[in-house]
Design a protein around this ligand. Structure first.
Ligand code: CO8
Length: 258
């Protein structure tokens, strides 16, 4: 089964998912979110894929949830239908690393989607925002929580309350994105980062993702214990033996995901 709202391409162990609803600046409607969940599952299940890059167009990563579609809905529709609940769960279930490569607008649900990825590489044209207040709602898929953890309460409140956009430079200075590159180099940079991740042991990469994500959920003592146990546990893997042996023998490690 193909896709109508995105493209999925796998090469060199990297799956690139490109959102493709140009007429609506990649606004997240139910069709797109359901196809995104399916594309991510297919990347997760594909043994060739070792890292995922999620991107949009030059003009928009995604300009938010689809307002036209949402405007027809009632409280009962969204509450009893758990609007986007299953799709968000599916995104968060992906265990392989996901990089968001963001150019142009990442607004509302688009900003939230980028923040659900493991890290964000931004083009210098990127604009992040949580303008839901202008529509009489608050963020609904993580904006008030993830943006606050990423940039702190002051900037998060400012963005949610005024609806203003943050440019790429401010996003990098605030810790929302890991790197900013000229727009033309965005995909090269994201693919190069994904390629580096693809060379690592998948077992270790999954452990890294779990441990860092844990820091967003629990207190320091619990988080440190989780990390220490994860560190200890990895001594049971062949990849730990190989990684350390290769260092001592001054050669590149050959990881086997075991
Ligand atoms: N939904 C639907 N259509 C959109 C959206 C959107 N979010 N954003 C843009 N479009 C459409 C426009 O309607 C327009 O369509 P058309 O050509 O048919 O009129 C087309 O995309 C191009 O947009 P513009 O002409 O407006 O382009 P501009 O360059 O002038 O402006 C902006 C670009 C600034 C991005 C502007 O389009 C805009 O403000 N968009 C809306 C941004 C927004 O408010 N996003 C938040 C949406 S709410 C949300 O995301 C909540 C998420 C949580 C949901 C969880 C549920 C539980």
């Amino acid at each position: 089964m193909g896709y109508e709202t995105l493209n999925l391409d796998v090469s060199n162990h990297v799956a690139v998912i490109k959102l493709d609803r140009p007429d609506a600046l990649n606004a997240l409607n139910s069709a797109l979110l359901s196809e995104l969940a399916r594309a991510l599952k297919s990347a997760q299940d594909n043994e060739k894929v070792r890292c995922i890059v999620l991107t949009g167009s030059e003009k928009a990563f995604a300009a938010g949830a689809d307002i036209s579609e949402m405007s027809e809905k009632s409280f009962i529709d969204v509450f009893m239908g758990d609007l986007f609940g299953a799709e968000v769960d599916a995104i968060l279930k992906v265990r392989k690393p996901i990089i968001a490569a963001v150019a142009g607008y990442a607004l509302g649900g688009g900003c939230e989607l980028a923040m659900m990825c493991d890290f964000i590489i931004a083009a210098d044209t990127a604009k992040f925002g949580q303008p839901e207040i202008n529509l009489g709602v608050v963020a609904g898929i993580g904006g008030t929580q993830r943006l606050t953890r990423a940039v702190g309460k002051a900037k998060s409140m400012d963005m949610h309350l005024t609806g203003r956009f943050m440019d790429a430079k401010e996003a990098e200075l605030s810790g929302l994105v890991s790197r900013v590159v000229p727009a033309k180099k965005l995909m090269d940079e994201a693919l190069s980062a994904a390629g580096k991740i693809a060379e690592k042991s998948m077992v270790t990469a999954v452990a890294v993702k779990e441990a860092v994500n844990r820091s967003q959920e629990v207190g320091l003592t619990e988080g440190l214990l989780f990390e220490k146990r994860m560190f200890h546990a990895l001594f049971a893997t062949e990849d730990q033996t190989e990684g350390m042996k290769a260092f001592v023998e001054k050669r590149e490690p050959q990881f086997r995901d075991r």
